[in-house]
Design a protein around this ligand. Structure first.
Ligand SMILES: NC(=O)c1ccc[n+]([C@@H]2O[C@H](COP(=O)([O-])OP(=O)(O)OC[C@H]3O[C@@H](n4cnc5c(N)ncnc54)[C@H](O)[C@@H]3O)[C@@H](O)[C@H]2O)c1
Length: 254
């Protein structure tokens, strides 16, 4: 799928990995609708210029998500893609000092990371399916953000790991279903990236995380995530699977 002249929604594009993707898509000549719950998305759209706009969107909200898709559909270039980057990563133990894991906090993580991604995907896919196909029959591409926590989840990550395993789980069936419209579905499972999500952790934790990947022995950069999203968008054979982007890290645990 070409990027130039086409429109893409970046959910969670106001920060971190999503912001890097939005920047990259605009740099490649695409248009982006940044759909984020935070106002940082509006500031980024402003700096990216006329081919970027912002729609305040809670990805769990049906009407807000539909509004973001409608705004994308109103852009001059056809809607060809969704990059799902909105997510949260709070830590809580199954049984912690204050008692059992709160059920509402577990549901909130799954609600944003998994159900929110699906909410955006179903609405964006319906709109992309209405677009004329390119010469090879392709209409668009959806990229979801999972995490290596789906398989290497750490203490305190039951909700997060479960939500990301759900994202990986829906990738193949969604790709199979949407194939008839010429829409591909991929997921990326990042290792540990230098974004506000990780920078909010204590310095010692960040240093220990950065030392984990065999090579390169450092945190991933958001631009490296955007680079993979670019490769997925432009390569029509990438479909129905999850790519780990992690410098060979396999998180241990006790
Ligand atoms: N940074 C990492 O190491 C890492 C690793 C693996 C996976 N991920 C995943 O990558 C994605 C992006 O994470 P990041 O590191 O860039 O974090 P980030 O906190 O920098 O960005 C997340 C963005 O999602 C937005 N968001 C949160 N809840 C939302 C909601 N309900 N509706 C709309 N937007 C919402 C935030 O406002 C923010 O702009 C997340 O899904 C995260 O789980 C990150």
């Amino acid at each position: 799928m070409r990027i130039e002249g086409n429109t893409f929604i970046v959910a969670g594009g106001g920060s971190g990995l999503g912001a890097a993707v939005a920047r990259r898509l605009v740099a490649e000549g695409g248009r982006v609708v940044i759909a984020d719950i935070a106002a940082s998305g509006a500031a980024l759209a402003e700096t990216l210029g006329p081919r970027a706009c912002f729609h305040r969107t809670d990805v769990t909200d049906e009407a807000a998500a539909a509004g973001a898709v409608a705004l994308a559909g109103a852009q001059p270039g056809p809607l060809r893609g969704l990059i799902n980057c909105a997510g949260i990563c709070p830590a809580e133990k199954v049984v912690g000092r204050d008692g059992p894991h709160r059920l509402d906090s577990f549901a909130r993580v799954v609600g944003i990371n998994l159900i929110g991604s699906f909410n955006m995907m179903r609405l964006a896919a319906a709109a992309i399916a209405e677009q004329p196909a390119e010469a090879d029959g392709e209409r668009g591409v959806i990229v979801n953000t999972a995490s290596i926590a789906a398989s290497d989840g750490q203490i305190g990550q039951t909700a997060y790991a479960a939500s990301k395993a759900g994202v990986i789980g829906l990738t193949l069936p969604a790709a199979r279903e949407l194939a008839r419209f010429g829409i591909r579905v991929m997921s990326v499972a990042p290792g540990i990236f230098a974004t506000p999500m990780v920078e909010a952790m204590p310095e010692a934790v960040q240093q220990s995380l950065a030392a984990q990947p065999p090579f390169p022995r450092r945190l991933g950069q958001p631009d490296e995530f955007a680079e993979l999203c670019h490769a997925i968008i432009v390569n029509p054979m990438l479909n129905g699977t999850t790519i780990r982007l992690d410098g060979a890290v396999r998180m241990g645990g006790t």
